[in-house]
Ligand binder design. Structure first.
Ligand SMILES: C[S@@+](CC[C@H](N)C(=O)[O-])C[C@H]1O[C@@H](n2cnc3c(N)ncnc32)[C@H](O)[C@@H]1O
Length: 236
């Protein structure tokens, strides 16, 4: 290499960019959501980086079994389930600001002391949580990424599942639901193949009464898409 040759002698590795499981998307917020974000974010919201180091007692004011919900959307399910389950704490993770704002509003309206919302990529959050620290992980209606070339963006794929499972305590559950038949089958194959998970049911789970029916689910049912629940337990 001469002094004028711009080619470096040693190849400089490119930083690896993780493949995202979501579309970065904008969304209009209602006045109510804007107000909720302004007023309630300081008390109930945090960014992924704020979870490092992870301090559940600082966050919730107690140590209780912890549920992480990945992709909480508008937060209706989180709020409903957390209200019915006051002995566990719920950490919702979402990237979509109107959904975060909506959940903040619900937390405030229902005075839910056991819910916090993390803004950011759930995969980054998982890396900050201690191994075997979760009682449950919920993944309800994750984006199906139907085109084959987009399957690498799916949340339920072997590498992500191994990461999720490593954060579950032994005996903890991973509960997924989808209205996309082909994704349901792929989820089942992926979860069956994970060496640390065991299906808590024989095949798909019967619809659990504790998972509320959301607007999203009603729309799927109206369109003739049946819902599949998958509930797996970490066994080792
Ligand atoms: C189809 S929506 C379903 C929302 C909600 N669970 C429901 O049942 O209505 C999927 C949500 O997952 C969120 N999401 C996808 N990947 C995510 C990630 N890595 N971290 C946080 N949120 C994610 C998206 O922003 C989107 O709001």
């Amino acid at each position: 290499m001469t002094s004028t040759d711009p080619t470096p002698a040693v190849a400089v590795p490119h930083p690896v960019r993780a493949i995202r499981t979501y579309h970065p998307r904008r969304g209009r917020m209602s006045g109510r959501q804007v107000t909720a974000l302004e007023q309630h974010w300081p008390r109930y919201g945090l960014r992924v980086a704020d979870a490092d180091p992870f301090d559940p007692v600082g966050l919730f004011g107690r140590r209780a079994p912890l549920v992480v919900e990945i992709g909480s959307g508008m937060g209706d399910t989180t709020a409903e389930m957390a209200a019915a389950d006051p002995d566990r704490d719920y950490l919702a993770v979402e990237v979509h600001t109107p959904g975060i704002a909506n959940l903040l509003d619900l937390i405030h309206l229902r005075d839910l002391g056991n819910v916090r919302i993390v803004e950011g990529d759930a995969m980054e959050l998982l890396d900050l949580l201690p191994p075997a620290s979760l009682d449950a992980v919920h993944v309800f209606f994750p984006d199906p990424w139907p085109k084959s070339r987009h399957h690498k963006r799916r949340l339920i794929q072997p590498a992500h599942v191994a990461r999720l499972r490593s954060r579950l305590a032994v005996g903890g559950t991973l509960h997924c639901a989808t209205d996309w038949a082909e994704y349901a089958e792929s989820m089942r194959a992926t979860l069956d193949a994970d060496p640390g998970l065991v299906n808590a049911h024989d095949g798909y789970a019967p619809r659990p009464a504790y998972r509320p029916v959301t607007r999203f689910e009603r729309r799927a049912l109206r369109a003739g898409r049946p819902i599949a629940d998958l509930i797996y337990r970490r066994h080792r």
